[in-house]
Design a protein around this ligand. Structure first.
Ligand SMILES: Nc1ncnc2c1ncn2[C@@H]1O[C@H](COP(=O)(O)OP(=O)(O)OP(=O)(O)O)[C@@H](O)[C@H]1O
Ligand SMILES: [Mg+2]
Length: 515
């Protein structure tokens, strides 16, 4: 079938070819099943199929075993006979080995091109989620983001956000008039969360050059879709970062891509492995957002496929949107397992030949209960499908091969080095330094003034005329100088005459340096 991706054989004796219709591939999908039942290979053959059909793919590689997509399978591989015999059973006449065009990405920048985004682009909602902030803390983060906008402080990396929070803390009494109480405790809590994130290695991830979406939507010279593999093995140690990143990418796609209605084939297909992490103790607002993004991203031509062990891990509203399904075997050990299994079975259109529930229990490794969207987007009747064997290498790609592919890629120079352009951190630091220098200069001027002049200027200073958008560092140094000034004045009162004044400058002048 020209307009579909061959996934395997169904019917009696597995002889009836089963396809995923490209026209409906943007109506999302699900790959589910217990451990070792064939989910990863199913993802692999779907990625191959999309790539061959000219559709770019983005997928997360949780165990590192999908990197084999970049290499061809071989006749010397131990499962070669098993693969060819399976191909024979399902009538896959033109089964052959080949490699796919692959681009490797890595949030930590070691196993692929570094993927980066800016703090501002991620936005307060996702950053709050990433930091697991309480509602009150999230409120403060929202204020901080807004202030950054108003003050023209670009938020690119983590140190920008840290500097901004320090600034908010220092100016909190001024800000309280507009935004209500800003507690130092909450700011401290956010800062500590940022440190945890930093320790997880996320420093790399926030910054520039930020990922350009067009770079994950490429086709090669032969018109095959590029398969973008995100290294997620190390990333899985920080599940929040993993889930938030993928969610960010989805919402970026949603916001940036133009409407295309129902294209002949998707513009991009997105596979989300270990999808349960997205929903685990997620607040309702976030689940609603995922549901909304999934519903709307379809018309941008993006298909999203969730991979998870148990379909019950996916909220019902989202599950209902996953039209193309490959359900590998589920276990039925406990009462709860059996309930989940029954629920999973209920969502399919029954096939008179077998019970869906029994089939989900019985299917072997690399076999699945499948249901694909048919004409007019109606779900097809359930099939027991023997999934086709992969054409690319099963298992991980050799490390040196991987490294050389990354190096040879034309994206290597674009994403290779971090840029550190002037942003919130640098601007606030420069402001603070300028303020400190000004305070020092003023102090020096004051030294030269007569006591009378000083008293006059002190009075003027308290008129409040010069308070405004000055940075807090300036405000603080002023206050310190004022206290110092009072001390100096007391001493001066006791020492009269020019000699006395010079002594004072010598005694106290140096004391305030370096503030
Ligand atoms: N379509 C298939 N054709 C041939 N062999 C298959 C197929 N699917 C699975 N297998 C065999 O089953 C093994 C396990 O499959 P796979 O790694 O896809 O399971 P999984 O569900 O991803 O497991 P886990 O939950 O542990 O990641 C494969 O290594 C392969 O040997
Ligand atoms: Mg797997």
């Amino acid at each position: 079938m020209e307009n579909g991706i061959f996934i395997g054989g169904g019917g009696e004796g597995y002889g009836e070819k089963q396809f995923l219709t490209l026209k409906y591939a943007n109506r999302h999908g699900l790959i589910a099943g217990a451990t070792g039942t064939g989910k990863t290979v199913t993802l692999q053959i779907l990625a191959e199929g999309f790539s061959n059909a000219g559709v770019p793919v983005f997928l997360s590689d949780v165990k590192g075993d999908l990197s084999g997509l970049a290499a061809s399978g071989t006749e010397s591989f131990k499962l070669h006979d098993a693969f060819t015999s399976r191909a024979g059973t399902i009538g896959f006449e033109d089964y052959r080995y080949h490699a796919c065009p692959v681009t490797f990405w890595d949030l930590f920048g070691t196993q692929g091109h570094p993927v980066r985004t800016t703090v501002a682009e991620m936005g307060p909602l996702l950053v709050s989620r990433l930091l697991e902030l309480s509602e009150a803390q999230e409120g403060i983060l929202n204020i901080a983001f807004r202030l950054a906008d108003e003050e023209g402080l670009p938020l690119l990396d983590l140190k920008d956000l840290q500097a901004l929070l320090v600034w908010v803390g220092e100016n909190r009494s001024d800000l309280a008039l507009r935004y209500g109480n800003i507690s130092v405790q909450s700011i401290g809590a956010i800062q500590r969360r940022l440190m945890v994130l930093e320790n997880q290695g996320a420093t790399q991830f926030f910054g520039e050059p930020a990922l350009e979406l067009s770079d994950i939507m490429r086709t090669d010279a032969e018109g095959r879709g590029q398969i973008n593999i995100l290294a997620a093995d190390k990333l899985m140690a920080s599940p929040r970062l993993y889930a938030t990143f993928l969610l960010w990418l989805l919402s970026e796609l949603f916001e940036e891509l133009p409407e295309v209605g129902d294209p002949d084939k998707p513009k991009l297909v997105f596979f989300f492995d270990e999808a349960h992490l997205l929903f685990e103790d997620a607040p309702k607002a976030l689940v609603d957002k995922v549901e909304q993004v999934a519903r709307l991203i379809r018309s941008k031509g993006v298909g999203v496929y969730f991979i998870t062990q148990n379909p019950a891990d996916v909220p019902e509203d989202i599950l209902g949107q996953l039209g193309n399904r490959v359900q590998h075997a589920l276990r039925a050990f406990t009462a709860r397992d059996r309930k989940n299994l029954r629920m999973a079975a209920e969502t399919y259109r029954d096939n008179p030949r077998f019970s869906t529930e029994d089939a989900i229990k019985e299917v072997g490794v690399g076999e699945a209960v499948t249901s694909m969207l048919m004409k007019k987007g109606v779900p097809g009747i359930v099939e027991r499908t023997l999934i086709r064997p992969p054409s690319t290498q099963l298992g991980p790609l050799d490390k040196t091969l991987r490294a050389s592919l990354i190096q040879a890629s034309d994206l290597a120079s674009k994403y290779g080095t971090t840029l550190d352009r002037k942003s919130a951190y640098e601007i606030l630091r420069a402001r603070a330094e300028a303020a400190a220098a000004e305070a020092e200069a003023e102090e020096a001027r004051e030294e030269d003034m007569s006591v009378a002049e000083r008293e006059f200027s002190t009075a003027r200073r308290y008129s409040g005329g010069r308070v405004g958008r000055s940075s807090s560092r300036r405000m603080r140094s002023r206050k310190d100088i004022d206290i110092g000034y009072e001390m100096k004045r007391m001493v001066v009162k006791e020492l009269t005459g020019t000699t006395g004044r010079r002594i004072v400058r010598g005694l106290l002048g140096g004391l305030f340096k370096g503030r």
